[in-house]
Design a protein around this ligand. Structure first.
Ligand code: FAD
Length: 442
C-alpha cells in the first residue's frame, strides 16, 4: 500500500476517528435552535479583538431590538495563534491579518475609536472621538497589552535587530525572528536566551513553544551542536499546572535547553548584547547573548486603571486586570458589567480556547439578566494551549481552576507530543477560530 495512505491510517485510527466525530459539536458549535430575546437594551462592547467580535456576533444572533455598539480602533484583525507559525516559516504575515470590517456581524454598530474613560456609576463610556456612550450593559473585551518598554533598554522597534526577537511583537516581528534563526549559522557558538516574564501572559505555552521551535530549526540546519540555549522562566514554575510543567521541563531538558526558574529579565544593553536578570537570590545576573527571544510583561489596557473596574487587591491588582467573579464573569460591584477574553483577572486562561467558554458564560448570564434571573456560575476556568515541540508535533495542554488536567475535546493525548495534535492546531484550530468570530460557539 502507498506510504502516504499508511501514514494517514496511522494518524486516523478507528478510535481517533470516533473521538474526533464526538468532538465535532464542540469544535464547530452544536446547532442550537434558540428563540430570540426581545430587548431595547443598549449593549456596549469595548474591544473588537477575538473576544469582542465573537460576543458581538453572538448577541446579534440571539437578541432582537437591542442596540449593540462595538468600540474598536483597529482596521485589521490579527490571528495571534498564527504568529508562532510565522516563526516556523509556515505562515506569511498576510495570512494572519484580515480587515476588521469582514468580521463585524450584521446589526452591530462599529465605532472605530478608542474607549478613553469608563464611568460605571453613570453607565457611560467616553471615546477618543468625543462621544459619550450611555449603556445598559457593558462588556469589557479589551485584551491585554504587551509592555516591551518595561524592560530597561528595550523597545518594540528593536525587534528583529541586534539579535532581539519575539513572537509576541506581532506578525512582522515573528517574521524577523524567522530570518534571524535562518542566519544563525553565521554564529556557530551562539548563546541564545529565551525569557518569560513573572506576570500573567496570553498563551501560557508561548515562551516554551518559541524555545522548542527555535531549537528544532537550528537542529534542522545542523548548526545547533555548539550553541548554548537557555530558558529563563520569570516564575518558579514553568507552567501553573504541575503535570504540564513537568512535561515542558522534560522537553526542554531533552533538547539540552538549560532551564533557569524565577529569573526575570529586567534590562538589556542591545549594543553590547547583554541581558540583566533579577535572580532568585536577589542579585542581578548579567549574561551576554547572540540571540534573545523576549516575552514581555503584560497588563490590562490603561483605560481600566481609572475606571474603578480593575482589581484593587490580590494577585490581579498589579496588572490592572478587570475584576470579575471567576465563575459568572460578572463584575462583583456592577451587575450590568461583564468581562470576556484576556482582560479578565482570573487564574490562567488567556487563550482562545478559554474564550469559547467565556462566550457561552457571558451570553447565558446576560440573557439571564434580561429575563430577570440571576447569573449562574457556568465557567470552570477551562484553558487549553498547544505546546509545539517541533515543526510537525505538539501536545495539547488543557486544565481548569482545579489545576487537574481537563479532558480535551480534541483527540490527542495529554502526556506526549503527536502529529495529530500539531495538525489540529495548525489546520483545524483556524477553522474553529473563524467560527468563533462568527459567534457560533455557544
Ligand atoms: C504569540 C501568541 C500565540 C497564541 N497562540 C494561541 C494558541 O495557540 N491557542 C490559543 O487558544 N490562544 C493563543 N493565543 C492567545 C489568543 O490569541 C488570545 O487569547 C486572544 O486573541 C484574546 O482575545 P481578546 O479579544 O481578549 O484580545 P485581543 O484579540 O488582543 O483584542 C483586544 C482588542 O481590544 C482593543 N483595544 C485595546 N484598548 C482599547 C481601547 N482603549 N478602546 C477600544 N479598544 C481597545 C484592541 O485594539 C484589540 O483589538 C496566542 C497569543 C499570542 C500572542
Amino acid at each position: 500500500m502507498d506510504k502516504s495512505v499508511n501514514a494517514v491510517q496511522r494518524m486516523f485510527s478507528r478510535r481517533s476517528f470516533l473521538r474526533c466525530a464526538a468532538a465535532l459539536p464542540w469544535m464547530f458549535g452544536a446547532a442550537q435552535a434558540r428563540a430570540y430575546t426581545h430587548t431595547r437594551a443598549h449593549i456596549v462592547i469595548l474591544g473588537g479583538g477575538t473576544a469582542g467580535l465573537a460576543i458581538s456576533a453572538q448577541l446579534s444572533r440571539l437578541l432582537s431590538g437591542a442596540r449593540i455598539t462595538l468600540v474598536e480602533p483597529a482596521d485589521v484583525h490579527h490571528y495571534q495563534p498564527g504568529w508562532p507559525l510565522i516563526l516556523c516559516g509556515l505562515s506569511s504575515v498576510s495570512e494572519t491579518q484580515t480587515p476588521n470590517q469582514r468580521h463585524i456581524a450584521l446589526g452591530v454598530r462599529w465605532l472605530q475609536t478608542w474607549a478613553q474613560a469608563i464611568d460605571p456609576l453613570k453607565n457611560r463610556v467616553y471615546t477618543a472621538d468625543q462621544r459619550v456612550l450611555e449603556y445598559d450593559f457593558l462588556i469589557v473585551a479589551l485584551g491585554c497589552e504587551t509592555d516591551f518598554e518595561a524592560i530597561e533598554g528595550m523597545h518594540p522597534e528593536l525587534l528583529g535587530h541586534e539579535g532581539v526577537f519575539s513572537i509576541y511583537g506581532g506578525a512582522r516581528s515573528a517574521r524577523k525572528g524567522y530570518h534571524l534563526l535562518q542566519q544563525a549559522h553565521e554564529i556557530p557558538d551562539a548563546s541564545i536566551l529565551f525569557t518569560a516574564p513573572d506576570t500573567p501572559i496570553k498563551c501560557l505555552g508561548g515562551p516554551i513553544k518559541a524555545a522548542l521551535i527555535s531549537d528544532f530549526m537550528l537542529r534542522r540546519q545542523r548548526v545547533r551542536e555548539h550553541m548554548a540555549l537557555h530558558y529563563f522562566s520569570g516564575s518558579a514554575c514553568l507552567l501553573p499546572q504541575p503535570q504540564f510543567a513537568r512535561l515542558a521541563e522534560h522537553f526542554l531538558q531533552e533538547r539540552a535547553i538549560e532551564v533557569h526558574p524565577a529569573f526575570v529579565l529586567k534590562g538589556i544593553d542591545p549594543g553590547y548584547r547583554l541581558a540583566y536578570f533579577a535572580a532568585p537570590d536577589g542579585t542581578t545576573k548579567r549574561l551576554s547573548y547572540d540571540l534573545l527571544h523576549i516575552v514581555p510583561p503584560m497588563h490590562a489596557p490603561g483605560v481600566l486603571t481609572h475606571s474603578g473596574l480593575a482589581w484593587k487587591n490580590g494577585p490581579y491588582a498589579a496588572g490592572g486586570w478587570l475584576k470579575v467573579d471567576p465563575h459568572t464573569l460578572q463584575h462583583p460591584d456592577y451587575f450590568n458589567i461583564f468581562g470576556i477574553g484576556d482582560v479578565v483577572g482570573t487564574p490562567y486562561g488567556k487563550t482562545v480556547s478559554t474564550l469559547r467558554y467565556h462566550l457561552s458564560t457571558v451570553t447565558e448570564n446576560l440573557l439571564a439578566l434580561l429575563h430577570g434571573q440571576e447569573p449562574r456560575p457556568l465557567f470552570n476556568g477551562y484553558t487549553s494551549c498547544p505546546l509545539y515541540t517541533e515543526i510537525g508535533r505538539a501536545v495539547r495542554m488543557a486544565f481548569d481552576y482545579s489545576r487537574e488536567s481537563a479532558p480535551d475535546p480534541f483527540i490527542s493525548p495529554a502526556n506526549m507530543d503527536t502529529r495529530i495534535a500539531w495538525w489540529q492546531q495548525v489546520h483545524l484550530f483556524r477553522l474553529i477560530y473563524l467560527n468563533l468570530l462568527k459567534g457560533r460557539m455557544a
